[in-house]
Write a protein that binds this ligand. Structure first.
Ligand code: ADP
Length: 492
């Protein structure tokens, strides 16, 4: 293999895997194709990942189907122990996994390491939760009859995941799926397959049985078509764009699969006059610039009330200009490159459209002098609700500030979007906290914070941001079916 990944960066070089993982074994697949994996910070090809052909995906489904009954029947404590071992191995190898993640995705190493531990948290949490997927005993309606419910594994599941959280988006699906007793077939994003195969390597070491976890990077349309059309796949969990999510939902309708979709957002972050300014600036920075603005919960619109507007903008500008942009492996780097040239073009298009419409660039606004896909952290003020930047997810390091006057106006602007994933607001008024918290049409609302993710809490969107929830006791429902047992003939 002539990949240029610097294996000396890894303590355990066996974590770097460039093959498909099917039926408990590594295979180059039957298609003979490979896809280049590029370090976005340098443009260097770091790996050549095998690409699944139709026969490979079908084999992954067949072997998952064969593995499903035994995995589903395994008593919960036994499944829990295996998942716990996987969690321990992920934590033990967090540095190597973060190195692989930064190399293929670009985010700063510390952020990558944070992602690994965050993702691992889902495996740990669901390793515990699988011991508690209770059913009910329902008070009977007929003498001599007993009514019960059981939570049973749905069967073979599939996950299609994005490049912005190459590790956590997999673990947040595989954790609950495996815990529920379901095998899972994972199609990672073509940009970031190495994080997926590294996790599979640790799954083998943890003793996850063959067929229970497979990784099949490959042509998205082909792999997506097979995973959604095959009758044996009973649930699909997808994180990615709304456009692809709608397509996969429609494709899954042919075999009426359960679908869980985490799609795009257009998160508002509202700063009211009565907000704690320090908290609001810190929250805006954390929410906006994490992963260079490339998350579906990044604040896309900063709605700032007129009384606090100038003070907030001044403080935000200082914070933005203090950000260190650099290769994710450099000490102190806080913002890495964007994932691709197309991502840069979208950011430029949004800034251009806003400026044309009358907005002003206070900081940044251009490609960074580091070249490649680095972009300057940008602050835009004077943004209006009809501009592109306020209507589409920018997915880049652009803080777009809109000024508003009243609470009703802020809520109206915030809700004026087909999306409904995350929203944030900053206030110290208790009544406003409840009113706005209840009136925002979003699945996740952060109050006085810009960071809301936690494996024990339900994450998911409303409207066109998706269906289903990940994390918490609700997340396992996506991978189980509720069976009702009606037992009669018990009268003495
Ligand atoms: P993004 O624009 O962030 O890359 P996508 O929705 O295109 O978001 O990608 C998210 C995931 O969906 C990736 O794994 C990608 O390969 C996959 N994907 C893209 N198009 C399709 C498709 N037509 N069918 C199945 N999967 C797809």
């Amino acid at each position: 293999m002539d990949s240029r990944f610097d294996r000396s960066l890894l303590r355990d070089a066996d974590l770097l895997r460039e093959d498909l993982f099917i039926d408990g074994a590594w295979t180059p697949g039957s298609g003979g194709e490979r896809t280049e994996v590029v370090d976005p910070a340098t443009g260097v090809v770091i790996a050549r990942m095998a690409s699944a052909a139709a026969a490979d995906v079908e084999r992954a489904i067949t072997t998952a189907d064969a593995a499903a009954p035994a995995w589903g029947r395994l008593p919960a404590p036994a499944r829990s122990r295996i998942l716990r071992r996987w969690y321990d191995l992920i934590v033990e190898h967090a540095d190597d996994l973060a190195t692989i993640l930064t190399a293929e995705q670009g985010k700063p190493f510390a952020e990558a390491r944070g992602e690994i531990l965050y993702g691992a948290g889902f495996v740990e949490w669901y390793a515990e939760e699988c011991k508690r997927t209770y059913g009910d005993v329902i008070p009977t309606n007929v003498e001599g009859r007993r009514l019960l419910t059981l939570r049973q594994p749905v069967g073979v599941t599939a996950a299609i995941t994005p490049w912005n959280f190459p590790s956590a988006m997999i673990l947040r699906k595989a954790g609950p799926a495996l815990a529920a007793g379901c095998p899972m077939i994972i199609k990672p994003a073509e940009e970031t397959p190495l994080s997926a195969t590294a996790l599979a390597e640790l799954a083998v070491r943890a003793g996850i049985p063959r067929g229970v976890l497979s990784v099949v990077p490959g042509p998205p349309v082909l792999v997506g078509e097979i995973l959604t059309s095959h009758a044996a796949v009973r649930a699909l969990s997808f994180t990615g764009s709304t456009e692809v999510g709608k397509l996969l939902m429609a494709q899954s309708a042919r075999t009426v699969k359960k679908v869980a979709l985490e799609l795009g957002g257009n998160a508002p972050l509202i700063v009211f006059d009565d907000a704690d300014l320090d908290a609001a600036v810190a929250g805006a920075m954390a929410s906006k610039f994490r992963n260079a603005g490339q998350t579906c919960v990044c604040a896309n619109r900063l709605l700032v009330q007129s009384g606090i507007h100038d003070a907030f903008v001044k403080r935000l500008q200082v914070a933005i200009e203090a950000l260190t942009v650099g290769n994710g492996f450099e000490e102190g780097s806080e913002q890495g490159p964007l994932i691709s040239e197309a991502a840069i073009e979208k950011v430029q298009r949004h800034i251009g459209d806003a400026v044309e419409g009358g907005a002003s660039v206070l900081s940044g606004g251009r490609r960074h002098s580091l070249g490649q896909t680095f972009f300057e952290p940008t602050l835009l003020i004077g943004v209006h609700r009809d501009m592109l930047v306020a209507n589409e997810e920018t997915f880049g390091p652009v803080a777009a500030v809109l000024k508003f006057e009243t609470e009703d106006e802020a809520v109206d602007v915030a809700n004026d979007t087909p999306f409904g994933l995350a929203a944030y607001f900053f206030t110290t008024d208790l009544g406003r906290m409840w009113r706005v918290g209840e009136n925002l049409e979003f699945g996740v609302v952060g109050v006085n914070t810009g960071l809301i993710s936690y494996e024990g809490a339900p994450f998911g969107g409303v409207k066109e941001s998706g269906v289903g929830r990940e994390g918490s006791r609700h997340g396992i429902d996506e991978f189980t079916e509720l069976k009702y047992l009606c037992v009669d003939g018990l009268a003495g």
